[in-house]
Design a protein around this ligand. Structure first.
Ligand code: NFE
Ligand code: MG
Length: 549
């Protein structure tokens, strides 16, 4: 006998996601992932000027906002010249904007969107011995200096919320579920203290988007050909910007070192069963996060892994990307490469045996591929190309007693996100801020150039694409436009987005998408509270606003 569990909507995500699972003998045997809201950004872009596209694509999302702007800009830049090079100052500013986005996004994900899958708020309130909490806190990291009064105050604040009858963001958790008992009340209270602190720190790191981009979400300092910032600063402006960027990065770096990465190790150690739950077999990374030089050296290398063979990373071929719509609410059934893709909505109602999602189903070499932090980290590790990643992965495995093969799991996915956050914030703090400041310090330079001029190509039809990495994984934009008469107009705009890869439905061959496969075998002890399903779904950090777009 099997039964169905429907979670609709899934909360603590961005966008509109429904997940249905079929459970037999206490385990998931089938799963279906459904994006329930159409967006229509690709059709909206038709007939617009390609130089305006980035303003619109940025609105795909309010979380990973910058990345859809810069990816659009770089696709158009590539349509002008496939080796289009922006000034050094622009390259570094783009890196800082991109890095701040990743660090912000990942901290928000682990604490605000994922942590309560592992921490029961009611257990945190049940902690009674605050000296024991302090001892446990310092055992996690000797850099922590919080005392018993601090934790008593956190407990009081949580108790006040619980006692108010208005739980707000803490409402509707699966509190009391037996799956939470791995984590002691003391550790639960520590995690809740860090949850509250993360709400503060995430406002700090993203201030970099206000400083270098004018605002967040949706920074406004981008341009085809560079950035639009005025870099002609005097000494006092320069030193104010330097100290702001430096301090913000230092704050975030301290938080990641002292709290985020150690807290993920606590969860990985407390829930060892999730090293064997929630994995997928194939990983895809387009490479990027930052261009480390004007020659385009990528911070994270491009590559694909099949059947968990970490040691044999394959090269990526853009032509091998297709999107299926056989099980999605779009007209047609051909699997198209996005350079000639189509988006023709055709809603026919939810039918799990036919069409059941607004997401298309991207495939690489015909295979479903997981994208995201795990893909970036495992591709870099498998290639041995990034010493800092090799070291961080090795340290994390040693600290938690995990094997490399355990990374193909719900916990491994969450660990990879923390590992890459440390690599990115370390790079921002140690390298990128100084790289920028050494270039624009008026004592040493007069190089204030942030943009190059451009002209759109004169051919009747032009096209460009750009493959990169967003916080949730591999992202591509493809644009084609007519340039006749100095009035360029977009003919086709296609985006294949990280959460489309991870949360897309079945394909023409009835092969399930990554999250649909990852859920198979997940134990469910209480069908009224499918906590175990949420843990794996959330570990991907779904953004269905992006995924449908
Ligand atoms: Ni809306 Fe996004 C990221 C992109 S995910 S969050 O990261 O692109 O699909
Ligand atoms: Mg698309």
């Amino acid at each position: 006998m099997s039964s169905k569990i429907v979670i609709d909507p899934i909360t603590r995500i961005e966008g509109h996601l429904r997940v249905e699972t079929e459970v037999a003998d206490g385990q998931v045997i089938k799963a279906w992932s459904t994006g329930t809201l159409f967006r229509g950004i690709e059709p909206i872009l038709k007939n617009r000027d390609p130089r305006d596209a980035w303003m619109i694509t940025q609105r795909v999302c309010g979380v990973c906002t910058y990345v859809h702007g810069i990816t659009s800009i770089r696709a158009v830049e590539n349509s002008i010249d496939s080796f289009f090079t922006v000034p050094e100052n622009a390259r570094i500013i783009r890196n800082l904007l991109g890095g701040a986005q990743f660090v912000h996004d990942h901290i928000v994900h682990f604490y605000a969107l994922h942590l309560l899958d592992w921490v029961d708020v009611t257990r945190a309130i049940a902690a009674t011995d605050m000296d024991a909490v302090v001892t446990a806190d310092q055992a996690i990291s000797s850099s922590r200096t919080r005392d018993a009064a601090f934790f008593a105050d956190v407990k009081q604040r949580l108790s006040d919320i619980a006692g108010s009858g208005q739980l707000g963001p803490l409402a509707n958790g699966y509190w009391g579920h037996s799956g939470y008992t791995n984590l002691s009340p003391e550790l639960s209270l520590i995690m809740m203290a860090d949850y509250l602190d993360a709400l503060r720190i995430q406002t700090r790191i993203i201030k970099i988007h206000a400083l270098l981009g004018g605002k967040n979400p949706h920074p406004q300092s981008m341009l085809i050909g560079g950035v639009s910032l005025d870099l002609a600063m005097d000494e006092s402006q320069w030193s104010a910007l330097y100290s702001d960027l430096n301090n913000l990065c230092y704050e975030a770096k301290t938080f990641v070192d002292t709290f985020y990465l150690p807290d993920v190790a606590v969860i990985a150690s407390a829930y060892p069963e999730y090293r064997a739950i929630g994995g997928t077999d194939n990983l895809l990374c387009f490479g990027g996060v930052a261009d480390l030089s004007s020659a385009g050296d990528l911070m994270f290398p491009r590559g694909a892994i099949f059947n968990r063979a970490t040691g044999s990373v394959q090269a990526v071929n853009e032509a091998a990307i297709t999107e299926h719509v056989a099980r999605s609410w779009y007209a047609g059934s051909a699997a198209l490469n996005p350079a000639s893709g189509a988006t023709a909505p055709s809603y026919t109602g939810l039918d799990l045996d036919e069409k059941y999602s607004w997401l298309k189903a991207p495939r690489y070499n015909g295979q479903p591929m997981e994208v995201g932090p795990l893909a970036r980290v495992m591709v870099a590790y498998g290639l041995g190309a990034v010493p800092a990643i090799t070291q961080l992965v090795g340290d994390f495995l040693a600290n938690t007693g995990m094997a490399l093969s355990d990374m193909y799991s719900t916990i491994g996915r969450t660990a990879a996100r923390a590992i890459e956050t440390k690599f990115i914030i370390d790079s921002m703090y140690a390298d990128w801020v100084n790289e920028l400041m050494n270039r624009i310090n008026p004592q040493f330079t007069t190089d204030t150039v942030g943009r190059v001029g451009f002209t759109l190509p004169p051919q009747p039809t032009c096209s460009g694409s750009f493959l990169t990495e967003a916080p949730r994984g591999a992202l591509g934009h493809w644009v084609s436009y007519s340039s006749g008469g100095g009035n360029p107009q977009i003919v086709n705009y296609q985006m294949v987005v990280p959460s489309t890869w991870n949360f897309g439905p079945r394909d023409l061959s009835d092969v399930a998408g990554p999250v649909e496969q990852a859920l198979i075998g997940t134990p469910v002890v209480n069908q009224q509270q499918p906590l175990e399903v949420l843990r794996t779904v959330h570990s991907f950090d779904p953004c269905i606003a992006c995924a449908v777009h």
